[in-house]
Design a protein around this ligand. Structure first.
Ligand SMILES: [Zn+2]
Length: 536
């Protein structure tokens, strides 16, 4: 009996203590750290618009008129035009962007001579962004035009699937007329078989470059991250990094120096299960390549290229090997993302995914990166595998001047076909593939809703049946991106209890050219204002 009484008293005491604790917490929790008042586009299909959002700590505390009740003496209140969930680029290369910032920008060069001149003027040994499709004659460049530089020079093509090097780089790497083309790669040669200075797909790895130190890697990441948050990004899906870069990311995240969330994919087959997350850095995915790119005719097609009969592109990974790699990675608990651009490349990924899913039933979230030219017969297979369509709207508007020449009038109907995917309820995640394209999800949203270039061409949009609404496009950069990293229960929508990742704009977002004049006013990651524009 005494025991029972003692127990009751203890329970009562505990109950009172808990009640007291709850009251104190409740009193404090009525005050938000930050309240944004304006058009809040929640991306929550039940309540798409709200008038305000309150942030307390690293979470969203209230949404709508409720949020104003959270304003207290210490609350920072900002009137804004538009708030969306934090924009996430679901396919980009943050580390490579940092590398690029150290190298000569060849984007927009109108001829081989102009590109070469930029490199020579900068005395550069690294460069990126050349595109022979923009040049008269559309012919590949040669080493001769950059041989004026004595050190080895390596210049990446705009799509990252070919390099243009000088004689010194060829010599240092031992690439000669007798070097054989590697599997899935091509050394461009003259009539005598001599390398001309362009190496495509797997042949790129024949070029030997010195390894970057940890300090250099850190600088690259931080410089790129600064650009990303200024463009309104709260997260990046870092598509294919080395272990050494992973280690630097983990350290930066542990030290609290990473301003945005990075969800990374390891490049190449993993030897162990995925590592534990480190703060804002998580590496849970692995990136493989099925084929090359359309610009350099490396994308693998079921039939010949329309503008190069007899050529069907290249396997970067043979289908049998791809299947094994996917199986190995899924068995170790990794999420798989595979670069696939040509219809046959995509077909080989679907084969590999069907087989992995049969052996490992579950929520695998297998991703197809780019999904650029899909054969009609494969669309039902994309649906059936539950694959995530990880697409980049600005690729469509960059490639539209020449894409149809490559694949012809029939296959182009399945190209950059995000509306086709959306209508079949294929989960969409949007990105930019920067530094292939510019940094800035707004550019992607603009391309997705208009299918036009920055000058508004073509009028009405390129294959306009594939256009999306603005909410659909924002969702692909928020909710869709969150789903593509197993995080839709924490991020991607503005709702109570979600991580406080927000992007704030200086005007309403509408599906027209005004998107290109819209500026990011503030970027909030986990309740912390990581970027603020100095306008207004
Ligand atoms: Zn990429």
């Amino acid at each position: 009996m005494t025991n029972d009484l003692r127990y009751r008293r203890a329970a009562l005491k505990l109950g009172l203590l808990l009640l007291l604790a709850a009251c104190t917490q409740h009193a404090n929790s009525r005050h938000a750290d930050l309240v944004l008042i304006g058009d809040v586009r929640t991306m929550d299909p039940q309540h798409p618009h709200a008038s305000a959002v309150a942030v307390r700590g690293d979470k969203i505390a209230a949404v709508g008129d409720d949020a104003k009740a959270w304003i207290g003496p210490g609350t920072r209140v900002v009137n804004v035009a538009t708030v969306t969930p934090g924009l996430v680029d679901a396919h980009c290369h943050l580390y490579e962007l940092g590398t690029d910032l150290e190298s000569v920008d060849l984007k927009g060069a109108a001829s081989e001579q102009e590109a070469a001149q930029r490199v020579i003027a900068a005395r550069g040994t690294r460069g990126r962004g050349w595109d022979q499709n923009r040049w008269p004659g559309q012919k590949f460049p040669t080493h001769a035009s950059i041989d004026a530089i004595a050190a080895p020079v390596v210049l990446d093509r705009v799509d990252g699937h070919a390099v243009w090097v000088n004689r010194a780089a060829l010599e240092q790497s031992g690439i000669t007329a007798s070097t054989k083309d590697p599997d899935g790669g091509k050394i461009v040669r003259d009539e005598r078989g001599e390398p001309t200075g362009v190496l495509i797909d797997n042949a790129v790895s024949l070029v030997k470059e010195p390894e970057a130190s940890d300090e250099v890697r850190e600088q690259r990441i931080l410089r790129a991250a600064k650009l990303a948050i200024a463009a309104g990004m709260t997260g990046a899906h870092e598509m294919g990094i080395q272990r050494k870069t992973e280690a630097v990311y983990e350290r930066l995240a542990d030290e609290g120096k990473l301003p945005l969330r990075v969800y990374a994919f390891l490049r190449g087959a993993p030897d162990a299960p995925p590592p534990a997350p480190h703060g804002r850095f998580t590496m849970r995915g692995v990136k493989f390549f099925a084929d090359g790119a359309l610009g350099s005719r490396g994308a693998k097609l079921y039939d010949d290229y329309d503008d190069d009969r007899g050529n069907r592109g290249l396997w970067v990974t043979e289908p049998g090997k791809l299947k094994e790699e996917v199986e190995g990675a899924v068995a170790k608990g990794w999420q798989v993302a595979i670069h696939a651009i040509g219809d046959a490349g995509i077909g080989s990924v679907l084969d590999a995914y069907e087989s992995a899913e049969a052996r490992h039933p579950g929520d695998l979230r297998l991703r197809i990166e780019h999904l650029q030219v899909v054969a009609e017969k494969d669309v039902p297979r994309v649906v059936a595998t539950h694959a995530i369509a990880s697409m980049q709207p600005t690729h469509a508007t960059s490639d539209m001047p020449w894409a149809e020449k490559r694949v012809g009038p029939q296959r182009i109907l399945g190209a950059y076909a995000w509306r086709t995917m959306l209508d079949r309820h294929v989960p969409l995640a949007f990105g930019s593939d920067f530094p292939v394209e510019e940094v800035g999800p707004l550019l992607g949203i603009y391309a997705a809703v208009t299918r036009q270039d920055a000058t508004g061409n073509p009028p009405g949009g390129w294959y306009p049946a594939q256009r999306m609404t603005i909410d659909e496009a924002i969702a692909a950069f928020t909710r869709g991106a969150a789903f593509a990293e197993h995080a839709e229960d924490r991020r991607g929508t503005i709702a109570v209890g979600m991580d406080a990742d927000l992007t704030v704009f200086d005007r309403p977002l509408s599906a027209d050219h005004s998107l290109l004049e819209t500026h990011v006013q503030m970027t909030v990651v986990g309740g912390q204002i990581v970027y603020q524009s100095n306008q207004r």
